[in-house]
Design a protein around this ligand. Structure first.
Ligand SMILES: [Zn+2]
Length: 274
């Protein structure tokens, strides 16, 4: 691997995430924010990735695939990998039973298979939320990797199962599994700073890109084989002024000869072979 790897990941929630946020329901104004990502954000991002010859990883809920098949087909046919992001984008810990949670994940697998002809091997949970049952369901369904947890900043690691967190005793971290984690961070996600919702959002926009740049520079200097996973949403980063800032960031990363852009599956393959 190069000195540093950059993985651009796009969570293509479209309208699905808005079905579960706040008062839920069918506010057409709220849902239109997702439609912006379908009609404008995704085409602009795909053009930007083409200009810089960057292969990215898209996490696409089955709801998005079945609602907007043409644009999802475009993402896939333009050479990006498509992995699992739930069916409805409902947080998995909100399901009361293992059977309901498993059915959501299985339905998402079917949607991706219908789009790509391939079974997904990677998973990102909606809102980065695992239930205590999620890992065992993923193992049972033969996923190979996840990108939802935060136990490292820039290094892949293996998720542990059979952990225990009693309120009246010490934490037992359990045993490592075969599932590789590509860790994420709310600090490397466009949604918290940029997507206005009930008093959240609105920052000095340039400060977020400066922060991402600084995090990348620290990783590049201090971490051997560091992996910088950036999470963006077409409905958020597909806005014109952010695209320009994103393009500048990608150009500055690409300017280094020891930095590679890769998909998450490609990083996992290298990690497992090591
Ligand atoms: Zn999402």
């Amino acid at each position: 691997m190069s000195r540093s790897t950059v993985c651009i990941t796009c969570d293509f929630d479209a309208v699905s995430a808005w079905l579960h946020l706040f008062d839920a329901g069918e506010s057409p104004t709220k849902l239109s924010r997702g439609l912006f990502g379908v009609d404008h954000g995704t085409p602009r991002l795909l053009d930007l990735f083409d200009r810089h010859d960057i292969e990215t990883t898209w996490f696409v809920p089955g709801h998005t695939i079945e609602s907007f098949p043409d644009v999802c087909e475009t993402v896939w046919s333009r050479g990006h990998e498509v992995q699992h992001h739930g069916w409805t984008h409902r947080p998995l810990s909100s399901y009361e039973t293992e059977a309901e949670e498993r059915a959501d994940i299985e339905r998402g697998i079917e949607s991706i298979e219908a789009l790509t002809g391939r079974r997904p091997v990677g998973f990102r949970s909606p809102s980065w939320d695992f239930s205590p049952r999620t890992l065992s369901i993923l193992r049972d369904l033969e996923f190979e990797w996840d990108s939802s947890q935060m136990g490292s900043d820039f290094l892949p690691y293996r998720l542990h199962d059979d952990w225990e967190a009693p309120l009246d005793g010490p934490f037992d971290r359990g045993v490592p599994t075969e599932i590789v984690e590509l860790p994420v961070s709310w600090q490397r996600d466009d949604f918290p700073p940029f997507a206005y919702r009930r008093g959240q959002g609105f920052v000095t926009e340039r400060s977020v890109f400066d922060q991402w740049q600084a995090q990348f520079e620290w990783m590049h200097e201090h971490v051997d084989d560091g992996v910088f996973v950036l999470t963006i949403h077409p409905q958020v980063s597909g806005q014109s002024h952010r695209l320009a800032n994103l393009e500048r960031l990608l150009e500055s990363m690409r300017a280094r000869s020891d930095v590679e852009f890769r998909t998450l599956s490609s990083v996992v393959d290298a990690f497992v072979d090591r």
